[in-house]
Design a protein around this ligand. Sequence first.
Ligand code: PMV
Length: 318
Amino acid sequence: MRARAQPNIALVKYWGKRDTKLNLPAVGSISITLADLYTDMDVEFDASLDVDVLTVNGDRDERMLPRLSASLDAMLGADRMRARIDSDANFPIAAGLASSASAFAALVVAANAAAGLGHDRQSLARHAGHASGSAARSLYGGFVELSNNDDHIDVKCLLQAEAWPLDVVVAITRAGPKPVGSGDAMEISRRTSPFYQRWVDAQDDDLAVAREAIATRDFGALAGVAEHNCLKMHSVMWASRPPMMYWNQATLNCLETVRDLQRQGTDVFFTIDAGPQVKAVCAPGHADVVRNALAATDGVVDLRVTGLGNGARLVGDE
Ligand code: PMV
C-alpha cells in the first residue's frame, strides 16, 4: 500500500516534550501543510521476511529503519509480520524541511491500509505523533492545530488550504543533515535553557493569536505572532547548554531579504525550524517577488515554491 504525505511548517512551534516515552509535546502548535513537497511510502507486509527492510530513494537505509520499525511495532505489536518499506521524497531529508513529518504521516497511513487496521485519521495522527511530534499535523491539510491534553494529543484542521491560499517559498541554504536531531535538542533545552519554562508558559497566548488571525485571514497578525514565536524558540535553543544554533550566514541574509520586502510592502513573513533553511510565507499574489528576492540572496543554494495542500492519504485516493 502506498501513501503520500507532505511536510508541514509550524507557525506556532512545538519545542519540548512533556513525556519522552509517549513523545507527548509540552506545548500545542499550529502549522500549515505544504502541497508540492512530499514523501511517498510503500509498505508491504511479507511473511518471508525475518527483518524489516527499508529503502530511501532507492537505496537501502539502516539509519531511519529503527524508528520506522518501532512505529510499526506500536501500531501492530512487536510480533507483527515484517515489512518491506520503500520511501521516496522529492526534497532533501533531515535538513530542517520536516522530512520526518511527511515520512511518519505517510508510514502510518500506508501501514494502516496494508494491515487492514481501520484506524480513523485522529488515531493515525496519534500514531504518527508518537514517532515524531510534528508528524501528527501532516495527517491534516491546510491550517492545522495540535492541542496538548493530559495523556494524548488532538489534531484538527482549522481552515482548509483553499480557504486562504498562502504560498511558501523555501530557501535552502545548505542541504545536509542537521548537527543535533530535534528530539535530543528539545531535551537539552528542557534541562538547561533558562528560557524554557517561559516559552512553555507563553505558548497558549501565541496559539490564541494565531487561531484568531487564521479565522479572520489577518495576514499581518499571523506574521507578527509567527515571527515572534519562531525567534523565541531559537532563543530557547541558543540559551541551552550546549547552545544549539541551526542558522548559518545565509539564514541571516534571508531574514534581511524578508525585512527589506516587508519594508517595500510585500506581505511575507519568515519562519525557521531546526535547520538553516528559511521558509517565507506569502499572502496570495506575493510569492513571485519573494522568490526572486530570495533567489538573489547570498548563500541560497536552492528554492522551492509551494502552496498549501492536503493531509496524508493513500496514493490513488486523490
Ligand atoms: O517532530 P520533530 O521531533 O521533528 O520536532 C519538530 C520541531 C520543529 O520543527 C522545530 C517545530 C515544529 O513544531 O515543527
